[in-house]
Write a protein of this length. Structure first.
Length: 280
C-alpha cells in the first residue's frame, strides 16, 4: 500500500504541474522563452507531460488494487477496461459512434494506430477503476442490499460525471492546447449528448465484465477509500480548474454536485480495517 501512496503523491504533483503548464507556461511564452534551459525542456514537456499524470495515476490504482483486491482481479480489470475502451475509441474516431464525431490531437502523447493516444485507455482504467471501487463503497454505506448491477450503474455514473466536467475544457477553442476536436455540435457546452451516452455505455460494459470475471464479491471493509477517492477528486479538480480558467461554471457545478458529493458518501460510517493480505 505504501507504493500506491507514493504513486498517488506523484500523480497529484504531476496534475499540479500539468495545470501550471496549461494555465501559465503555454499562454505566457515571455516568461520562459529567453531561458536556454527552459527552451530545451519545453519541447520535451510538450511531448510527454500531457500523459505523465495519467501514467502515474494508473500506476497508483494498479498498486492499490493489487494490495486490496489482488493482482489477478486488478489485472483482469485493467486488461478489460483498456482493451475495450481502446476498441471503442478506435471505433469512435473512425466512425463517430458511440461518442459523436471527434478526433484527438497530439497533446496527450504518442498515438495508437495514429488515432488514439496511448494515455487514453490508461485514463479509462484509472478513473473507471476508482469510480467502480467508490461505487462499491458508496452502496455499502447507503444501500447495503443493492444488487450487483447497481454497483456497475453507480460506477458508470461517477465516470460519466467526470467527463461532464473534463470534456468542455479539454476541447474548448480558448484553451492554449486542445486535446481533442469536435466535428459535431450539440446542446451541452456545444457537444453532442450522445458523447455522454457513449461514456456511460463504455463504463457499464467494462465494469460489468470486470465484475463478472472476479472471483466473488469484494468486501467493502477491505477497501480503504482514501486512494480511489483521491484519484477521483484530484482528476475532477483538474477539470474544475480548467473550467474555472475559461469561466465555464455549469460543468463545475455538475462535477461537484453529481460526482464529488456522492463520492463523499464513502466516508459515511467508515471504519478502517487493516488489509493483511491481497485477495487472491
Amino acid at each position: 500500500m505504501r507504493s500506491a501512496l507514493w504513486l498517488l503523491y506523484a500523480h497529484g504533483v504531476a496534475v499540479v504541474f500539468a495545470l501550471f503548464g496549461l494555465l501559465v507556461v503555454i499562454p505566457n511564452p515571455d516568461l520562459w522563452r529567453h531561458s536556454e534551459l527552459a527552451a530545451r525542456i519545453y519541447p520535451v514537456a510538450m511531448e510527454y507531460a500531457g500523459a505523465l499524470h495519467i501514467v502515474l495515476g494508473t500506476a497508483a490504482m494498479l498498486a492499490y488494487g493489487g494490495a486490496v483486491v489482488g493482482w489477478r482481479n486488478t489485472g483482469l480489470f485493467f486488461a478489460i477496461s483498456t482493451s475495450l475502451s481502446l476498441g471503442i475509441e478506435l471505433l469512435g474516431t473512425g466512425t463517430g459512434w458511440p461518442f459523436g464525431a471527434y478526433e484527438y490531437t497530439s497533446g496527450l502523447g504518442p498515438m495508437l494506430f495514429e488515432q488514439v493516444p496511448l494515455s487514453i485507455p490508461l485514463s479509462w482504467f484509472m478513473l473507471g477503476f476508482s469510480s467502480y471501487l467508490l461505487a462499491i463503497l458508496v452502496l455499502a454505506r447507503v444501500a447495503p442490499r443493492a444488487p450487483g448491477w447497481a454497483v456497475v450503474a453507480v460506477g458508470a455514473w461517477l465516470l460519466t460525471v467526470w467527463d461532464l466536467a473534463l470534456d468542455p475544457a479539454m476541447a474548448h477553442a480558448d484553451m492554449p492546447l486542445r486535446f481533442w476536436v469536435w466535428h459535431q455540435t450539440g446542446p451541452y457546452m456545444g457537444m453532442p449528448l450522445v458523447n455522454f451516452a457513449g461514456w456511460t455505455l463504455t463504463g457499464i460494459l467494462f465494469m460489468g465484465l470486470g465484475r463478472a470475471v472476479w472471483r466473488g464479491a469484494v468486501e467493502p471493509e477491505r477497501l480503504p477509500p482514501g486512494i480511489p477517492f483521491a484519484v477521483y477528486a484530484i482528476n475532477t479538480g483538474f477539470a474544475v480548474a480548467l473550467n474555472a480558467s475559461l469561466s465555464l461554471w455549469l460543468p463545475i457545478v455538475l462535477a461537484l454536485v453529481l460526482g464529488v458529493a456522492p463520492a463523499c458518501l464513502v466516508w459515511l460510517g467508515f471504519r478502517p480495517r487493516r488489509v493483511a493480505s491481497a485477495v487472491s
